[in-house]
Design a binder for this molecule. Structure first.
Ligand SMILES: NC(=O)c1ccc[n+]([C@@H]2O[C@H](COP(=O)([O-])OP(=O)(O)OC[C@H]3O[C@@H](n4cnc5c(N)ncnc54)[C@H](OP(=O)(O)O)[C@@H]3O)[C@@H](O)[C@H]2O)c1
Length: 171
């Protein structure tokens, strides 16, 4: 378990918005590809609302072990693992030998993960635009993180907003 780390991956607007009406707001195939390739082969741990926001034909997310966190003891979803605590979900993924389980949101689960110091690396896609929304990425203290990688993506015909993929490692 020594060579493992728990990571978080999110796409965040300039004003901190990550979602609206239990849905994503922007369509950025370049970022979706980054999300898919980064998380493939790993455990992806998500809140119940995030899971239900994924269109049925895309869930569970393929080639990943999907874990849903809910307080509902009767909850079930085909081909997913269900946990009632985020810590238990993370421990399960690590005990299964995953060297990089991913917390994939939404807002409540990001908040829980950061306030409990579960996260060692964050992959944040900064979308260079502000949006109206109802779900936000938690405020975090940038002094506690090293920005270890930055990749700027200009807007193009498929990705109408410019975005920067930044990797932050916990100091
Ligand atoms: N931009 C991005 O990168 C990104 C990524 C992911 C999601 N999103 C967006 O985020 C939004 C959803 O986020 P959200 O904050 O509304 O919900 P969420 O974090 O996805 O899920 C919240 C649910 O998680 C469960 N939960 C929360 N705390 C818990 C705890 N301590 N123990 C056990 N279970 C717990 C509860 O499920 P029960 O109610 O079943 O008990 C709660 O209702 C959507 O708009 C989605 O599109 C954006």
């Amino acid at each position: 378990m020594n060579n493992s780390r728990v990571s978080l991956i999110a796409a965040v607007a300039e004003n901190g918005v990550i979602g609206r009406n239990n849905d994503l707001i922007w369509h950025l195939p370049g970022d979706m590809n980054f999300f898919r390739t980064t998380t493939t082969g790993h455990h992806v741990i998500m809140g119940r609302k995030n899971y239900e926001s994924i269109p049925e034909k895309y869930r569970p997310l393929v080639n990943r072990t999907n874990i849903i966190v809910t307080r509902n003891k009767n909850y079930s979803a085909d081909n997913c693992l269900i946990f009632h605590s985020l810590k238990d979900a993370i421990d399960h993924a690590l005990n299964a030998g995953d060297e990089e389980p991913f917390i994939i949101g939404g807002g409540q689960i990001y908040q829980l993960a950061l306030e409990n110091n579960f996260i060692e690396r964050m992959y944040l896609t900064h979308v260079h635009e502000s949006f109206d929304g109802d779900t936000f990425f938690p405020e975090f203290d940038e002094d506690q993180w090293n920005l270890t990688s930055v990749k700027m993506n200009e807007a193009d015909s498929k990705n109408i907003h410019p975005f920067t993929i930044s990797v932050y490692d916990k100091k």
